[in-house]
Design a binder for this molecule. Structure first.
Ligand SMILES: C[S@@+](CC[C@H](N)C(=O)[O-])C[C@H]1O[C@@H](n2cnc3c(N)ncnc32)[C@H](O)[C@@H]1O
Length: 278
């Protein structure tokens, strides 16, 4: 029997959990808490194609659930809706979110410390950005998004998932192909099998942590590419490879170095749920 779309999806997620670069950890909290501050972004930042696209679906009276909202990169939603609830299992991410809310003096945003499947909450809109790549059991996760949303579900994925951006580097460091996280290509068949017919909007260029990082010099850039947990012989192999292929991975930008940008775009996958009462 051929695998279902959901089984294919689960297989991809599980493979990424066991790849050498994945941080092995038993819980979402431990997995995401280190480095959670990197996920913060100014809620009052200038609007761009991505924020405009997302905000166009939000209405002033909406309660918006930001599922796995992390440190609040999508806090600008709170500036357009009645209430925003970040349903987030990671304690580190939640703490960063609360700090971001306090610093920005945003009064209508709060953190609900919970995994999505365990959360007892509903809203007009269920929004989730850069989370579904990590959800092996995707069908119940999506079912709950649909039942908890009184009007609309919005799923943000990047056309190249952030964890796949480093695939070329992974080959150089480990000398083998990385397991690739699922993208929209794998999620959409799951949604179609569930009887959903979402709209897919291509928004702005992806601008996430890896894309934004800048390094003062070549050595700092090389160090950023070498995982801390490598053994000495592996480290020598990796370093030699990264140095040899430096110009394929990095480029100069304003006197500093950055990763060469991948042609990744932000995708908004969205569908309506129940017809709102008149
Ligand atoms: C890559 S971060 C994205 C954070 C934020 N949405 C953003 O775009 O910056 C993935 C987030 O998903 C959260 N997450 C993972 N599994 C989850 C689940 N089952 N329920 C809710 N959140 C989850 C993690 O704790 C983490 O904060």
């Amino acid at each position: 029997m051929p695998l279902t779309a959901a089984e294919i999806y689960a297989g991809l997620v599980r493979a990424t959990e066991t790849r050498p670069s994945a941080e092995p950890s038993p819980s979402q909290s431990e997995r995401w808490s280190p480095g959670a501050s990197r996920f913060r972004e100014d809620p009052f930042r200038e609007k761009n194609e991505t924020l405009d696209g997302v905000l166009s679906f939000i209405e002033p009276d909406d309660v918006v659930l930001d599922v796995g909202g992390g440190a609040g990169r999508y806090l600008p939603l709170a500036l357009k809706c009645r209430r925003l609830v970040n349903v987030e299992p990671s304690a580190g991410m939640g703490a960063q979110f609360e700090a971001a809310v306090k610093d920005a003096k945003i009064a209508n945003a709060e953190w609900l410390h919970s995994d999505w499947l365990g959360a007892q909450i509903e809203g007009e809109v269920c929004f989730t950005a850069n989370v579904v790549y990590y959800i092996a059991d995707i069908v119940p996760f999506v079912e709950k998004l649909t039942t908890a949303a009184r009007r609309r579900v919005m799923v943000i994925m990047h056309s190249i998932p952030p964890t796949n951006i480093g695939a070329n580097l992974h080959r150089l460091v480990y000398g083998r192909e990385p397991a690739l996280a699922p993208s929209h290509r794998e999620l959409l068949p799951v949604l179609w099998d569930m009887g959903l017919l979402p709209d897919v909007r291509v928004l702005g260029p992806s601008d996430f942590i890896v894309e934004r990082a800048r390094f003062a010099g070549r050595e700092e850039a090389i160090q950023s590419a070498l995982p801390a947990q490598l053994e000495t012989s592996q480290l020598e192999f990796a370093r030699e490879n990264v140095e040899r292929h430096f110009d394929e991975i990095f480029m100069e930008s304003d006197g500093r170095y950055r990763r060469r940008p991948a042609p990744s775009r932000v995708l908004l996958i969205t569908w309506e749920t129940k017809t709102p009462a008149k």
